[in-house]
Design a protein around this ligand. Structure first.
Ligand SMILES: Cc1cc2nc3c(=O)[nH]c(=O)nc-3n(C[C@H](O)[C@H](O)[C@H](O)COP(=O)(O)OP(=O)(O)OC[C@H]3O[C@@H](n4cnc5c(N)ncnc54)[C@H](O)[C@@H]3O)c2cc1C
Length: 378
């Protein structure tokens, strides 16, 4: 059997690796270089956490994601994961962090609520006033995304995947199982998996109402010396309890401190230049004024623009169309599922899982009766 995978981000690479491992002849087409630095998957790190307010399906998937990454580490002989834990801060009843508790309780996953005194001691860089507690999970932390992508490329090569950089796909005929490259070349396969990230709308224009591409920024900082040790020992900070959706990744495993602001994203054509505007990095850092002490002493090292794609409710799209599989699991939280979704899509292509079940699973819907604690890790 033959498969074509369009897009060499984490989803395409993981899918191609699993398909090749099952004996499929796989061709992976990428519009740019492999790896492509403009893919959402290419950055120093991404957070992995099972904190999902009101979404037990994604909590469940995140708990399952660790084992899927373990398969990658075992095959590669290297572990690109810093298990420093994850934390979200609650300021009011019913807020983001508070909403994470019910799914964790339902799934029997372990967590602690750290009181403000302990937060002040462990996180001296934080303005802890107004925080009720911090929800800390020992499992979770940082996935070294660019190292993972590089490793998956190696694994794909070793598994016999044909990697074709600089091969932009112009059109996909889902029923025929053909793809047409910008060069005019046409390829045909038993199945075509489209993992085109923010650019997927160019191949399936009917998705325009369901999937919206955004331009975002992340900023790398050098913390002041007095906070450096606390930052180096910090967990992944998933939510700070303000509407702006502040998150931060500690400088672990040779990486730099990175801050994010969900509310900074703006709708943008993924083909448009995402360049950083003058003064943008400073304005971005300023959003952390209510979060971090001594903010002005954090030196800006780099501001990096990126592109990603969202559904309105942040649920993932994974659906079968004829011989094609449309795989768009992003909404700013897809990386952690890369290994798990790659395996699941391969299982779909190989007929081991039903398309409708995969669609529902990827959208974060738990099968009925699945809220038992059995098999839950963490
Ligand atoms: C700022 C930011 C922070 C994030 N934080 C987290 C986090 O903490 N935790 C988490 O789990 N997730 C996070 N995410 C989301 C995560 O990075 C993405 O969900 C994931 O990387 C998407 O992978 P992908 O393979 O689907 O897409 P991409 O990595 O974007 O890959 C798509 C690939 O397809 C190629 N392509 C596109 N069109 C074509 C074509 N026509 N022909 C050939 N090739 C094509 C592109 O060049 C690209 O290489 C974050 C994303 C961003 C941007």
């Amino acid at each position: 059997m033959t498969s074509i995978v369009v897009g060499a981000g984490v989803m395409g690479l993981a899918t191609a690796w699993h398909l090749a491992g099952a004996g499929e002849a796989v061709t992976l087409l990428e519009r740019g270089p492999i790896p492509n630095p403009s893919a959402a998957s290419w950055d120093s790190h991404r957070l992995i956490r099972a904190l999902y307010p009101g979404r037990p399906g994604y909590t469940r998937m995140a708990l399952d994601a660790y084992a899927a990454w373990d398969e990658v580490w075992a095959a590669a002989g290297v572990r690109h994961y810093a298990n420093c834990g994850s934390i979200a801060f609650s300021r009011a009843e019913g807020d983001w962090a508070d909403g994470c508790r019910a799914p964790l309780d339902a799934l029997g996953a372990a967590y602690e609520l750290l009181p403000p005194e302990e937060l002040a001691r462990r996180f001296p860089f934080l303005i802890a006033d107004g925080i009720r507690w911090g929800l800390f999970m020992p499992e979770g932390g940082v996935l070294f995304a660019d190292r993972i992508v590089a490793t998956l490329i190696d694994l794909c090569r070793a598994a016999g995947v044909t990697l074709r950089p600089d091969a932009p796909v112009r059109a996909v005929d889902a029923e025929a199982g053909t793809v047409t490259l910008a060069s005019g070349e046409t390829l045909q396969a038993d199945s075509v998996v489209v993992t085109a990230g923010a650019w997927v709308g160019g191949l399936f224009p009917d998705l325009a109402g369901r999937l919206t591409p955004y331009r975002q920024l992340v900023v790398y900082l050098d913390p002041p010396a007095e906070h450096a040790a606390a930052w180096a020992a910090a967990p992944g900070i998933i939510d700070c309890g303000f509407p702006d959706d502040h998150w931060a990744i500690p400088p672990v495993g040779g990486t730099r401190l990175k801050i994010g602001v969900g509310a900074w994203k703006r709708q943008a054509d993924p083909e448009a230049d995402p360049a950083v505007a003058a003064g943008e990095a400073k304005a971005f850092r300023e959003r952390y004024r209510p979060v971090l002490r001594d903010l002005d002493e954090y030196r800006i090292l780099e501001a990096r623009p990126c592109r990603y794609i969202f559904t309105e409710d942040s649920r993932f799209v994974l659906e079968r169309r004829g011989r094609a599989w449309l795989v768009s699991p992003c909404s700013g939280h897809g990386f952690k599922f890369g290994a798990l979704i790659g395996r699941a899509v391969a299982d779909g292509v190989l007929g081991r899982r039903e398309a409708a079940e995969l669609t529902s699973w990827a959208a974060g819907h738990l099968p009925a009766g699945h809220l038992a604690a059995e098999g839950v890790r963490a």
